[in-house]
Design a binder for this molecule. Structure first.
Ligand code: GLY
Length: 446
């Protein structure tokens, strides 16, 4: 069995390691823009190149006799890499371009959800004209401003956060409108959570819920990032999430999957990532992604007990209802070590060293490990590993409780990972998790 992976970040290292744990002993091939050393050591061959070049990726897959593919990031999905692989006779985990619009076109996504009567949307409208957008901002008063297109998760700005007042919201709207249409939405208040699922077109196999931390610095301050770290609890629920709220989020995602063929003529086959926020009115949708989250993939795939090759077959063949996808009932805390100065002025080409080499994700790591280390945006040169401008190393602790998993991750960051890097000590600590619980209790009382 030969598997092709597209992408070279921490999320893809987690996918690669899960594939290599398969008892079917698959051979792995990867197309990535930079040589991720953790992924490369798991591969028979790698193509260092453009992850969006659908024709070159399909040709590489054909040359190597690939049986199935897994597409990690959003950019190749949006460039039609899944379409090209399916057209070449290679089943792919990762939706075709038309279904990936759920992530790549935020205006389309909101309208799609509305049109199919699915819950979770805020009050919103899409604008190409500034005057009308400004009037709508005045009407809603408390808003989120979103560029309609792909922004790598960094283009959304929210009042009470990056936008201090209505004037700032209008100013940002004006800026977005120079290059894109803009989605103006009612701002939701609550606690965010991520729900990810393997999807075979009809059936969903849900992963444990996770909570990511977007701000760069401790105490949830500083610039937004791709995510500084995430935690999951033992079992599917987060400490602030009730079973009925979890069921609502699952229902919203199931209804979304059922609506794709009606809208696009295509089934969604891949990973659906629901970015929810738990409000006092229940779970609401911030946005969807059409792939695993990064870092959340490192949390949930570290726990995956089911053979990933069987899951990929079921996703591509539409038989997920016949497979039970199981996760170890442990908590995880994943913290990212990122280059000094990240995200605004990251120190590039700076050497990093992982002393705990036995913990680097491979076919031997998984739910029975207590520490798993994933390489993300780093590259190897002459046997040494260097930073790029983005997140460098994901360190996952696994334990019976979030607090114990946090200690494992933090201890490894303090003692096993060396370089001019920083990380958030507070992610997964009992104090921060309690703040999330208190926040929800407070909202529910008012
Ligand atoms: N962790 C957020 C994302 O992957 O989009």
């Amino acid at each position: 069995m030969k598997i092709l992976l597209v992408g070279g970040g921490g999320r893809e290292h987690a996918i690669a390691s899960a594939v290599k744990r398969s008892p079917q002993k698959p051979l792995l091939y990867t197309v990535m823009s930079k040589k991720n050393p953790g992924i490369a050591t798991l591969c028979e061959d790698v193509l260092i190149g453009d992850e969006k070049d659908a024709a070159a990726i399909a040709a590489f897959a054909k040359e190597n006799g690939i049986d199935m593919a897994f597409i990690g990031p959003e950019a190749p999905l949006s460039a039609g890499v899944s379409d090209a692989l399916w057209n070449a006779g290679i089943p792919a985990v990762g939706p075709k371009k038309d279904c990936a619009r759920i992530e790549t076109d935020k205006a389309w996504a909101r309208k799609f959800i509305e049109k199919h009567g699915i819950d979770g949307n805020p009050e919103y409208a899409v604008f190409t004209d500034y005057e009308a957008a400004a009037e709508f901002i005045d009407k809603l008063k408390d808003v989120a401003v979103k560029p309609a297109g792909l922004t790598g998760g960094k283009g959304v700005k929210v009042m009470g956060d990056q936008l201090p007042d209505i004037a700032a919201a209008k100013e940002y709207t004006k800026e977005v409108l120079k290059g894109d249409s803009v989605v103006i939405e009612e701002r939701f208040i609550g606690e965010e959570f991520t729900l990810q699922a393997f999807v075979d077109g009809k059936n969903l196999a849900f992963c444990p819920t996770a909570q990511d931390h977007k701000r760069a610095y401790e105490g949830d301050v500083g610039p937004n990032t791709g995510g500084m770290g995430a935690y999951t609890n033992a079992g599917a629920l987060l400490p602030f999430l009730k079973p009925e709220e979890y069921e609502t989020a699952k229902r919203i995602m199931k209804e979304t999957v059922a609506a794709f063929p009606k809208e696009t003529g295509e089934e969604f086959k891949g990973i659906l990532y629901g970015q929810f926020i738990l409000t006092k009115r229940g779970p609401k949708l911030i946005e969807y992604n059409a792939r695993f989250g990064d870092p959340e993939a490192m949390n949930v795939l570290s726990l995956l007990e089911t053979d990933m090759v069987e899951i990929m077959k079921a996703v591509t063949e539409g038989t997920l209802d016949k497979l039970s996808v199981e996760f170890s009932k442990k908590a995880t805390v994943c913290k990212y070590a990122v280059p000094a100065g990240y995200p605004d002025d990251p120190k590039k080409d700076s050497e990093v060293t992982v002393l705990a080499s036995g913990a680097i994700a491979d076919a031997a790591t998984g739910p029975n490990s207590d520490l798993i280390i994933y390489y993300s945006s780093v590259y190897e040169k002459d046997g040494k590993i260097y930073t790029t401008g983005s997140r460098s190393i994901g360190v996952v602790g696994l334990a019976d409780s979030i607090a114990d998993a946090e200690k494992i991750s933090q201890d490894a960051l303090d003692n096993q990972v060396k370089g001019d890097l920083f990380f958030r000590r507070d992610i997964g600590t009992a104090d921060l998790v309690q703040k999330r619980i208190d926040h929800m209790n407070e909202l529910n009382q008012n």
